[in-house]
Design a protein around this ligand. Sequence first.
Ligand code: NI
Ligand code: MN
Length: 231
Amino acid sequence: MEIRYLGHGGFQINFNESQLIIDPFVSGNPLAKSIDIDNLEADYILLTHGHEDHVLDAESIAKKFGSTIISNFEIVSWYGAREILGHPMNHGGKYRFEFGCVKYVNAIHSSVLPDGTYGGNPGGFVIWNDEKGKDNICIYIAGDTALTIDMKLIPETCPKIDLAILPIGDNFTMGYEDAALAAEFVNASKIIGCHYDTFPPIVIDRKSAVDCFRKRGKELILLDIGSQINI
Ligand code: NI
Ligand code: MN
C-alpha cells in the first residue's frame, strides 16, 4: 500500500491496484501548492464527513475520472444529485470492494455539506484486505473526531491495524495528546498525523507531538505534503 499525503485530512492511497483518495482539500489549501490537482486520479473517493475542508475537490475529481464516492448515505445522495457515482454506507457496516473491505466507523464530530445540506453523522474508515495473494494491510482513517471510547471496538471487530491516520491538530478535533491515547485504543503502533498546521488554531509543535506518541511507545509520522510512504 502506497500512502501519499495531500495535506490537511487528504490522502491518496494505492491499494491492490485501485486508486483511493481520502477527503481531498487541495485547491483551498495554500500549504498544498506542490500537489498537481489535475493529476489526482481516483477510482474511489472516500469522504469521512461533509465539511468543506474534506470535500472541496471531490466533485471535480469525480467528474474528471468517473470516481465512485464512498461515504455515508446522506453525502452519497448529495453527490448522486450531481450525477456522481456513489456507494452509500452507514456506521458499523462493511462492504467488500475490488481493492478490499471498507468499514464505516464512529467519529465524534459534526457534518454539514458546503451548501448547508445535512451531512449525516461523521465517520471514519477501516480499510483492509484478507484475500490471499493481495496486499493484506489494514489501516484506520479516523476522520475528524474526538477521542472516543468507541475506538476500543475497532481492534475487537477488525483485523490488526497496521497504520492509523489520526487528526492531531486540536481545536476542531482531538489534539496529539488524545490522539496518542486513541492509538492505544485501536492498538496501532505506527501513526500518520493529519489535520494540523493548515489554519492558525491547529498549528502544532511537531517535536512535542512526536515525543507524546513516543512516550506511549508509538511512532508518529508527519509526512511532508506531497510525500508518500509504502507500508
Ligand atoms: Ni470537520
Ligand atoms: Mn476538518
